[in-house]
Design a protein around this ligand. Structure first.
Ligand SMILES: Nc1ncnc2c1ncn2[C@@H]1O[C@H](COP(=O)(O)OP(=O)(O)OP(=O)(O)O)[C@@H](O)[C@H]1O
Length: 361
C-alpha cells in the first residue's frame, strides 16, 4: 500500500516553472530518496507535501486522504507529517527533552508518559539519555540532527520528510549521523521522503531512489536498479562520475575508442554517447592504447585522466599505489557493461536534444 501518492504536480513562482507534472508513489514503511541537481524543485515538492505551500495543479494523497482537496488543502499540522530541515531548526531556548516533547500534547499525555516517550526516542536515534537536559548549542551538529529526527518522530507520523538533513555536517560526522538516522528510521518503520543531491546518500539510505530533473521525475525504482540502468545521460551523471565517449550502438553493443563493449540496456543502432564509470576502467592487458594526461592522488585511489586514440578523454579510478606520471603510455580495458544513450545534439538555440531518428533514451 502507498502511504504517499503524488500525481501530476505543477507549481510556478511567477514566470518560473518549478514543478512540471511530478508524480511519485512511496510504499508504506519504505524510504524514498529524491535525488536531483540544485534548483530542480526538490524542496518545493517537499513543501507542497508538508502543506507549507499549495500546488497550482495535481494531487497529493497521504494515507488514503487527498490532502490537496479544497481551496486551501489540509493544514500542515493536520497532515500527520514529521519534518526535518537542513539544519534541524531546534528551538534554541528549549532543552533536548523539551524540544522532543514539544509536539506531544499536554492535554492527552501525562508528564511521565512524555518522559518515557522522549527516553524511547533518544534511544531510537542512538543518543545518550544524559543529553536530554542540554540545550541545542551544547550539542554537535550531528547530535542536533538526531534530536530533530526524534522530535519529528515523536507523534508517530505517517510520513517523515527530510530536507538535506546532513548537508551542514562535516564528512566524518555525516557518515555517523547518516547511519544512526537510517537505523532509527528503519526501527520506527515510518515512511520517509529524503531530499538530497548526494548520490551516495540516496543510494545508501533509500529503498527507492527517485531522480528529478527540471521539475519532474525522470526515473524511480530500487536503488540498485536505478544505478544499474539509468534512464538517461543526466541520470547516469547524477548517480556518480563517468566519462562520455563518442561512439555508436551497433548490433546491440557500444563501439567507441575503447573497442566493442557490452551495454547495460538495449538501445537502437545509431550515434551514441557512451558512458563509462571510472571504477570500470582497468589498466594493462590487451586493451585500447591511451596516454596519462593527469593524475590525482586521493589516498586509497588515484584518479587518472587518460587520452584515447581518437582524442577523447577517459577518467580511471585505479589503486592508490599505482604511480603513472603524466605522459605514460598505458592500455585500458573496461569491466562490465557500459551505458549508451542516443547522441545529444545542440539545437539551433543551444537546446540539447536527442539526435533525430533515434527515439527516446
Ligand atoms: N518562493 C519562491 N519564490 C520564487 N522562486 C522560488 C521560490 N521557491 C523556490 N523558487 C525557485 O524554484 C526553483 C527550485 O527551487 P527548490 O528549492 O525547490 O530546488 P531544489 O531542487 O530543492 O534545490 P537545492 O538542491 O539547491 O536546494 C529555484 O529556481 C528557486 O529559485
Amino acid at each position: 500500500m502507498s502511504t504517499l501518492s503524488i500525481r501530476d504536480l505543477h507549481k510556478s513562482y511567477g514566470a518560473v516553472r518549478v514543478l512540471a507534472g511530478a508524480g511519485l508513489d512511496a510504499a508504506d514503511g519504505t524510504s524514498t530518496a529524491i535525488l536531483g541537481p540544485s534548483g530542480c524543485g526538490k524542496t518545493t515538492l517537499l513543501r507542497l507535501v508538508a502543506g507549507f505551500d499549495r500546488p497550482d495543479a495535481g494531487t497529493i494523497v497521504l494515507a488514503g486522504r487527498e490532502v490537496t482537496a479544497g481551496r486551501r488543502g489540509l493544514a500542515p499540522d493536520k497532515r500527520d507529517i514529521g519534518y526535518v530541515a537542513q539544519e534541524g531548526a531546534l528551538f534554541p531556548h528549549l532543552t533536548v527533552h523539551a524540544n522532543i516533547a514539544y509536539g506531544l500534547s499536554r492535554r492527552t499525555t501525562t508528564a511521565s508518559a512524555r518522559r518515557s516517550r522522549v527516553g524511547e526516542l533518544l534511544e531510537l536515534v542512538s543518543l545518550d539519555q544524559a543529553l536530554s537536559r542540554r540545550y541545542p548549542h551544547e550539542l554537535s551538529g550531528g547530535q542536533q540532527q538526531r534530536v530533530a529526527l526524534a522530535r519529528a518522530l515523536a507523534r508517530r507520523p505517517a510520513l517523515v520528510l527530510l530536507d538535506e538533513p546532513f548537508s551542514s555536517l562535516d564528512t566524518a560526522l555525516r557518515a555517523a549521523t547518516r547511519a544512526a538516522v537510517a537505523a532509527a528510521l528503519r526501527a520506527a518503520g515510518v515512511t520517509t521522503l529524503l531530499v538530497t543531491h548526494d548520490p551516495a546518500e540516496a543510494l545508501a539510505l533509500a529503498d527507492q531512489v527517485a531522480v528529478m530533473h527540471r521539475g519532474a521525475f525522470a526515473q524511480a525504482g530500487p536503488a540498485r536498479d536505478v544505478y544499474a540502468r539509468p534512464a538517461d545521460l543526466d541520470t547516469a551523471r547524477l548517480l556518480g562520475p563517468g566519462s562520455i565517449l563518442p561512439g555508436t550502438v551497433t548490433a546491440g553493443a557500444a563501439v567507441c575508442a575503447l573497442g566493442v563493449l557490452p551495454i547495460a540496456e538495449p538501445r537502437p543502432d545509431g550515434d551514441a554517447d557512451v558512458f563509462v564509470r571510472p571504477g570500470q576502467v582497468r589498466l594493462g592487458g590487451t586493451g585500447a592504447p591511451a596516454t596519462v594526461v593527469a593524475a590525482e592522488f586521493l589516498g586509497a585511489d588515484t584518479m587518472l585522466t587518460l587520452r584515447l586514440a581518437d582524442g577523447s578523454t577517459l577518467d580511471a579510478r585505479v589503486d592508490g599505489t599505482v604511480t603513472h606520471g603524466v605522459g605514460t603510455s598505458v592500455t585500458v580495458d573496461v569491466i562490465g557493461a557500459v551505458h549508451a544513450y542516443p547522441r545529444r545534439v545542440v539545437g539551433e538555440r543551444g537546446v540539447t536534444a536527442a539526435a533525430p531518428g533515434l527515439g527516446a533514451a
